[in-house]
Ligand binder design. Structure first.
Ligand code: BF8
Ligand code: SF4
Length: 660
């Protein structure tokens, strides 16, 4: 076993890795070690398994074969692999969106009695985007039409996705000109599966453009619909405070952990655990009550709307079980390690799969069904309670932090501009004046190949120190939550201008915008900033950048494609999956920037990523004719001196977890 401190920054996970090692429990890091050496061809993206004449490998050093059996070269093989990752990512996000639309339809038609329309204002806004008439109509009829129109976006064959009109006009024109305007969501995914079949598209340029188009179908289609419909059903997030990390598990209550991405069942579980009958039942089994916690993006969903504690991100999932304190883990879709099955056999934890799309052999399956959602949720919760008497010795690390989450784009608008004059004008003005140097999105996963949370923390701390406002989603947001960066108090780590804004508005310098599908909230913020005026008229004019420092999933590639395709300089950390092709690497960077104003780069060094992003932000500021950023111009008001002293003290503490 590798030393814990080299594989995670999280002190709770360090302790639990140690404990697991003592108990001979195998974790993802052990399995990574067993995989060494990993295939060099695969690492560079140079392995093709598209047809059964292969696998074919192309030698990057020019000594072995330079072509696959069919004649495919390195560029084609790499671009095909990349496009297939983007397609799988777009499919996963979007299929999640489709399921949300189906739940909305079931609710409208009376087949999902436990679900209500919690945000009518959002329903009306979405009806507006989808051209659904609202005047003198009943909510249920509007809801049904919204659901049907949303579902039609998946199967649309020709034309343009409806939501592309939410992008700046100039951007839409660029998409049309570059041939990346998304048509139907499913169509773009199928298009890639077809064009990457043996003997089809064999030009890296058109393959990469298809990947960008599928990404855009995800970002401005499937994921954006998912965010909107989830808000309609469960409420648009507004800021609330919550707890983060393993310390939020309870020593004396039944611990139930929800994990995955879809909030459909977990929202019902939340209702079930608050049911007085359930609480009484838990007490009858010797527990003080029921404690709900979340992992990964199901956590982000329940966290930002209901304040359910986030006990960890992707690489924390196995260790939650190793605490011995989890009675029940309920998983839905995506990012669920198969290892959880055998792992729960070694502890008292019961594992339950709930999605028809995510079974694990040997694991109990209780399928979610909208018709009886709450009843099923209660059944599941009861299983957890019944398991409480089986609990043995627990090892819950005391590590816990606090956060303020739930900054929907609607709330940002309101916080900055007020309920009746909500606008992005104050944000644009702050950038224009130089109080804010720019803004950045930092999103994405943990990856066993890199130290858990380290690159997220480094990137975010450096950005806010440089007066760059950071918005976050997914496991990245949960990473920063564990180290207190999602609190207004974290303003002490920010540069003077950003700190001043945080103090005035009462927001953290790092804003939690939700789960991975909610990256679309970032697209909406960017689009509104571009339309507000004063910072150009397209997303690519804005002084900003995007990061996925510890990405691992195919969804992250789709996200990278839609951010770059939307005009954002996007930096992905870790190893490059396109490193084996100079042409593909250059195309995603230089050529894409020429055509679409955004670019995608893979940079293993977090420091280099931040340096390049800041240079890019300054270049954009200069192009807009804005004053050169000067850290000394702002932040002299109020308690600036005291904040400096505090920041220095806390810097010393936080440096323990920092990459550099
Ligand atoms: O969708 S950040 S590890 S949990 S893929 Fe998965 Fe990555 Fe986490 Fe959320 Ni997003
Ligand atoms: Fe080999 Fe070509 Fe088949 Fe790929 S598609 S496995 S390169 S023969």
């Amino acid at each position: 076993m590798t030393e814990a401190c080299k594989i995670t920054s999280d002190p709770a996970i360090q302790k639990l890795i140690q404990l697991a090692g003592e108990n001979g429990v195998e974790l993802s890091w052990d399995r990574l070690a067993a995989q060494q050496p990993q295939c060099g061809f695969g690492q560079l993206g140079l392995c093709c398994r598209i047809c059964h004449q292969g696998p074919c490998r192309v030698d990057p050093f020019g000594e072995g074969a330079q072509l696959g059996v069919c004649g495919a070269d390195a560029d084609t093989i790499i671009a095909r692999n990349f496009a297939r990752m983007a397609a799988a990512g777009a499919a996963s996000h979007s299929d999640h969106g489709r399921d949300m639309a189906l739940t909305l339809l079931a609710a409208a038609e009376g087949h999902a009695p436990d679900y209500q329309i919690r945000d009518v204002r959002k329903l009306m806004a979405v009806a507006g985007y989808l051209d659904v008439p609202t005047k003198d109509r009943e909510i249920k009829d509007i809801t049904k039409d919204v659901a049907l129109k949303a579902l039609a976006q998946f199967g649309q064959q020709t034309g343009e996705l409806v939501y592309v009109k939410r992008a700046p006009k100039k951007r839409q024109e660029l998409w049309r000109k570059a041939g990346v305007m998304p048509r139907g969501i499913d169509r773009e995914v199928v298009d890639i599966m077809h064009r990457t079949h043996m003997g089809n598209d064999q030009w890296y340029e058109s393959l990469i453009l298809a990947a960008v188009r599928a990404g855009l179908a995800d970002g401005w289609g499937g994921s954006m619909l998912s965010t909107d419909i989830t808000d309609i059903l469960f409420g648009s997030p507004v800021p609330l405070s919550a707890r983060a990390n393993m310390g939020a598990l309870s020593e004396d209550m039944v611990n139930i952990v929800v994990h995955g991405h879809e909030p459909t069942l977990s929202e019902m579980i939340l209702v079930a655990v608050q049911d007085p009958e359930m609480v009484e039942y838990a007490k009858s089994k010797g527990a003080k009550g029921i404690n709900l916690g979340g992992l990964c993006c199901t956590s982000n969903e329940t966290l930002m709307r209901q304040g359910v504690a986030a006990i960890g991100n992707f690489l924390s999932q196995e260790l939650a079980i190793a605490t011995g304190a989890v009675e029940l883990m309920v998983v839905d879709i995506q990012c669920i390690m198969q290892a959880l099955g055998p792992l729960t056999q070694r502890y008292h934890t019961k594992l339950v799969t709930t999605s028809p799309k995510a079974h694990i052999e040997g694991v109990m399956h209780v399928e979610v069904n909208e018709e009886h959602a709450l009843e099923i949720a209660k059944q599941v919760v009861k299983m957890g309670i019944d398991n409480f008497p089986n609990r043995k010795k627990t090892h819950i690390p005391k590590d816990i932090d606090h956060m303020v989450v739930g900054f929907s784009h609607e709330y940002i608008n309101y916080a900055l501009g007020g309920m009746y004059r909500g606008s992005f004008r104050p944000l644009n003005d702050a950038v224009a004046s130089g109080r804010l140097r720019g803004a950045a999105g930092v999103v994405g996963c943990n990856n066993t190949n890199s130290c858990q949370d380290e690159s997220h923390l480094y990137t975010v701390r450096e950005l806010i120190k440089n007066d760059v406002l950071v918005v976050m989603t997914g496991c990245g947001a949960l990473a920063c939550a564990k180290y207190g960066l999602l609190t207004p108090d974290a303003a002490k780590y920010a540069g003077p201008g950003l700190r001043e804004i945080c103090e005035t508005v009462g927001i953290p310098p790092v804003l939690h915008l939700g789960s991975c599908v909610d990256n679309t909230r970032i697209l909406t913020v960017l689009s509104q900033m571009a339309s507000e005026g004063g910072l150009g008229n397209d997303i690519s004019d804005l002084p900003g950048a995007g990061f996925a420092p510890e990405w691992m999933s195919e969804k992250a590639i789709s996200i990278g494609c839609y951010f770059a395709g939307s005009g954002v300089y996007t930096i992905m950390g870790g190893r490059s999956p396109i490193a084996g092709s100079k042409h593909v690497t250059e195309f995603l960077s230089t050529t894409l920037e020429e055509r679409l104003g955004g670019k995608l780069e893979f940079l293993p060094d977090a420091q280099e990523g931040v340096d390049r992003a800041i240079k890019h932000i300054d270049k954009k500021r200069a192009a807009l004719g804005l004053p050169e950023y000067d850290a000394k111009r702002f932040g002299q008001s109020g308690d600036a001196v005291m904040m400096k002293v505090l920041a220095k003290r806390d810097d010393e503490v936080l440096n323990v977890y920092s990459a550099k």
